[in-house]
Design a protein. Sequence first.
Length: 328
Amino acid sequence: MGRLFIFEHGVYVMQEKIKNIKTLAELQALYAEVFGKNGTMTAKLKQMKDLDNDARAALNRENMELRELFKTRQAEIETAVMMAALESQRLDVSLNPLPENRGTIHPLTQSLSDIAIILESFGYEMWTGPEIEDDWHNFTALNTPEYHPARDMQDSFFLENGNVMRTQTSAIQIRSMEKTGAPIKMFGIGATYRKEMDATHSPMFHQIEGLYIDKNITMSDLIADVREFLKRFFEMDDIKLRIRPSYFPFTEPSIEIDMMWRDNKWLEIMGAGMVHPNVLRNCNINPDEYQGFAFGFGWDRLAMLKYGLNDIRQFYDGDVRWLRATGF
Ligand code: DAH
């Protein structure tokens, strides 16, 4: 207790004073009163040289003790200020959250996923290709050389350098055959472009294209795969198809496949046929050894039928309300 006695009263009083201070500004003012130029402690320290050893030691201790008291209080006040700030900014987590606003799967994405699962389960492998195509892949290799009247079947967007915005995913069959040769079982997917625009036509739309080349592949294999594919895609137990002769330059014979829809109406679903020997030759496949079929359909169109949509342009409007209403 000797120590208390020595720095005594002065320190004790200061201790109480410091403890009662609530703000940094007041603390600084008091500090200046003690340690400032004309501060009480400053004055005492100036007279240190006149003191005996014990008194000097006591003064030193008092000095140090006081400084420590200021430092401690400063830290306390700073903490209190911070705690008050945190308290005033506290988040009220009891508030109900805003209604959840989740994205929805686009009907095209959903239908592609359905289509891919079915075709892959039949052993078809998914391929993509460039949307800007050269003449060879989009037309010539598909047995549609320049000046072939069938080029008029598709109103194309040409680029200045002679390339074309892909008018059909059939270009992807050429690329896949060139790359892997025969046998091959693939389907190509992607955007296609034509100069058309109304409720059922958009200048940009999507196609899906199947191709199966091997030894002894026949038209019956084609019809079997298409029938099973449509049954699964539309989730129908039974399905009625109508096969009509048609014309495409890259298939011989060529057919179109219609399907009986719910209201007993025939709907045109896809074009197909046995791949023309010229097309196989163009891809370095020997048509005497290999043959096969191809089929192509509008991916948007199939999705519209399945989900009961009536305007193809809605797929590309990016209207979130419409997407939400489609309900995926
Ligand atoms: N490419 C054709 C079109 O755009 C669709 C088509 C028809 C693709 C017959 C084929 C096919 O593979 O065999 O109209």
